[in-house]
Design a protein around this ligand. Sequence first.
Ligand code: AMP
Ligand code: ZN
Length: 440
Amino acid sequence: MRKKSQIESSFWEKEIETLPVQDLKRLQTQRLKQTVKIAEGVTFYKEKFSGVSIEPDKIKSVDSIRFLPFTTKEDMRALFPFGLLAVPLEDCVRVHASSGTTGSSVAVLHTEKDIDTWSNLVARCLYGVGVRRSDVFQNIAGYGLFTGGLGFHYGAQKLGALTIPASAGNSKRQVKLMVDFGTTVIHIMPSFALYLMRFFEEIGINPKKDIKLKTMFLGAEPHSEETRKRIEAFYGVDAYNSYGISEMNGPGVSFECHMKDGVHIWEDNYIVEVIDPDGDEPLPMGKTGELVYTTLTKEAMPLIRYRSGDLARFIPEPCACGRTHRRISRIQGRIDDMIIWKGVNIFPMQIESILMDIPEIEENYLVVLETDNYVDTMTVQVEVPEVYLEGEKSEGLRRRIINSLQSELLVKPDVQLMPAGTIPVSEMGKAKRVIDKRSL
Ligand code: AMP
Ligand code: ZN
C-alpha cells in the first residue's frame, strides 16, 4: 500500500492565512486605497471615478467599495489590449488571456512582481493540502495564454516540487509521464480526469496500485461534488477544487483546504463581493449571486469591482482549518451558462450532479436543446455500458434517469442512452456540456 498524503492543516504563510478578521479587513482597506490610487493613473478609471464621490483618502473601510464603479468584460474587450495598463508597457513581463468561453478573449498583463505574488498564492494553495518539495507535480493544463499552465507551473516551482510541464491532452503520454517520473500530484481539468479514467481501464493500468498519485487539483471548469467523489474513488486520491479566473491572475485566487467544504478566497489579495446578477446591490450573506472582484496587490492591471459572471455564495461559518479568509461555495455556473427551458432556469451543474450520482452512467454527457415542430426539446445524452443499450434493462434505467432529473429540475427532459465513447470529448480545452440548437 502506498502512503497517503499528510493532509492535516499546514500553512505556507501562517500569519497571513490566519490573520484575525479585523486585521484582515484593515489590511484590505489599506490595500484598496493603494489600488484606487494606482487605478487613477488609468484614463478609464480616472473618468469613472470622477462620477463618484469617493477619493482614495476618504476610503475608511472595505465597505466603501460599494461607491466605486464596476468593471465589465465588455470594458476589458473595448480597452484590449493595453487600455487598462497602470504601468508603462516596458514594466510588463507577461501577458495571459481569458479562455474566451463567452466571446472574444481579454488580455491580462503582469509585472515581474505580479508574477511573483501570483506564484506565491499558488504555492500557498498547494502547500495547504500537503504538497511538498519532495513531490512530483505533473501539470496537465495548456501551456500558453491559458493561465492554468504557467500559473500552476510557477507556483509549484516556487514551492520547490519537481514540476513536469506536461501540458494538456495526449492520454498515452500523460500516463507514461506519471509512470516514468513517479508523479504524486497532478493539476487537471475535471472533464479530462474523467476521460482519462476510460483510458486507464483500456490500457489495464490501475492508478490505485500502479502509480504513485495521491493528490489532484481539479480546476478551470465547473464540476459537481459527485464528480469529485467519482474521481477520488477511481484514482485513490484526494481531489481539491481550484477556482480561479484569468482577470484575477488565474489559479491561486481561491482553493479548497483539507476540509473540502468550499474554497477559501485569498482576501489579502482580493476583495470579493456577491452582487445581485440583475442589479448592482450586494446580496445578504449566504445568498447566491455574481462574484465581483477587486484586486488588492496587482501592479500592471488593477481591476476594480470586476463582474466575473460566476455564480456562487459565501459560506458564513468559519472554517475548521483555522484560516480566516472567507469561503465560497462551488461555482454553480456562469450567468451565461444558464439554460432557460420551458420557463425554468437550469444550470448544467444541476444535471451533472444527478448523473454522476447514478453508478450505471459513464463519465461523459451532453445536453442538447432543439426545436422540433415549434416545440423546444431538451435531450440529455449519457453513455452507458452495453448491457443497458437494449431491452427492459435499458428502458428501466432510462426512466430512472428521467425521474431523477425531473425531481431536481421540475421539468421532464428526454434521456438518450448511448454506447460508451460516442459522445465527443475535447482532450485539450474546457468541456462543452450544452449544445443549443433551438431556433430563436
Ligand atoms: P478563464 O477564462 O480560463 O480564466 O476561466 C475562468 C472561468 O472558468 C471562471 O470564471 C469560471 O467560470 C471557470 N472556472 C475556473 N475554475 C473553476 C472551478 N474550479 N469551478 C468552476 N468554474 C471554474
Ligand atoms: Zn479551511
